[in-house]
Write a protein that binds this ligand. Structure first.
Ligand SMILES: *[C@@H]1O[C@H](CO)[C@@H](O)[C@H](O)[C@H]1NC(C)=O
Ligand SMILES: *[C@@H]1O[C@H](CO)[C@@H](O)[C@H](O)[C@H]1NC(C)=O
Length: 281
């Protein structure tokens, strides 16, 4: 068994791969990028909070860069009336041809659902949005949000359930993130011009400061960039999804997906992006 879900031990036996395991400590692993005192670290580095008030949001980023790996973070999102706020959690490289793997949590009025907005940029080009409702209230407890990034695919997971797969489609001309190491970033900011019901619902500043919490950061990084084959039962979703994960992905996409660029024919009158023509995901 691998212990990355609960903050400690990692045992991996993978030939031809150097595997590094990091049990998270926010002091050691991250730098505060903006918002000064609005980022707080507690419990000796085990817990971090970001906050947003009328003056500023806040953010942090990882000290290290990663090239392939499984990255887990537990988040507890802004509770109550979070309309207008966005909690962004993403991986990104730098420069005009950067790659990026995005999760953005769009807040809402009390009792109305958050939207989890996802996107993948390759070589500076994005426009690959998929959006989801969650099957739980993400403000009540911590939940685990993961990115599993392999040479073959990128899998987004929520509480270990795959919600999105972006496959390597280089063979049909779609660039795949595989050369540029990425940092992990997160920020909490005001986006009431578009975030909630397309910008109709504004941030209620009388409820500020808005606060989101982070804990149990874990990375299993595969330091070898060359394509390898994985033992699927050792890293549950590395490489191709197995049958049971594929069923779970279909369940999420059937009941919780509210937007998929791959079916947005109006947006792409010239034809859907190539990777959409090959698979539904
Ligand atoms: C907010 O709630 C409304 C009404 O239920 C819903 O249409 C919308 O998708 C929810 N999420 C966001 C971020 O607007
Ligand atoms: C994969 O890992 C599982 C669990 O460790 C093991 O039982 C199985 O034999 C491995 N399969 C291969 C092909 O190595």
């Amino acid at each position: 068994m691998m212990g990355f879900a609960n903050g400690g031990l990692c045992i991996l036996v993978l030939s031809a791969l150097a595997v590094a395991c990091i049990a998270g400590n926010f002091y050691q692993d991250f730098d505060i990028t903006w918002g000064d005192h609005r980022t707080k670290i507690y419990s000796g580095g085990q817990l971090l909070s970001l906050s947003l008030d009328k003056v500023s949001g806040s953010g942090f980023r990882s000290k290290k860069e990663y090239l392939f790996g499984r990255i887990d973070m537990q988040l507890k999102l802004v509770a109550g009336n979070s309309a207008g706020t966005v909690t962004a959690y993403y991986l990104s490289s730098q420069g005009p041809r950067h790659d990026e793997i995005d999760l953005e949590f769009l807040g809402n009025l009390s009792g109305d659902p958050y939207i989890l907005h996802t996107n993948v940029f390759t070589q500076g080009k994005g426009n690959r949005e998929q959006q989801f409702y969650l099957w739980f209230d993400p403000t009540r407890n911590f939940h685990t949000y993961s990115v599993v990034w392999n040479p073959q695919n990128i899998v987004f997971m929520v509480d270990n359930i795959p919600i999105r797969e972006f496959r390597n489609a280089e063979s049909i001309g779609v660039p795949f993130p595989k050369d540029q190491p990425m940092r992990i970033y997160s920020s909490l900011w005001n986006a009431d011009d578009w975030a909630t019901r397309g910008g109709l619902v504004k941030t209620d500043w009388s409820k500020a400061p808005f606060t989101a919490y982070y804990r149990n950061f874990n990375v299993v990084s595969y330091s070898s960039p060359s394509p390898v084959s994985y033992n699927a039962s050792q890293i549950s979703t590395a490489g191709r999804l197995d049958a049971s994960n594929r069923r779970r992905l279909r369940w999420v996409q059937k009941y919780f997906m509210i937007y998929n660029y791959c079916t947005d024919i109006k947006r792409f009158p010239q034809g859907l992006p190539v990777e959409c023509r090959r698979s539904r995901f």
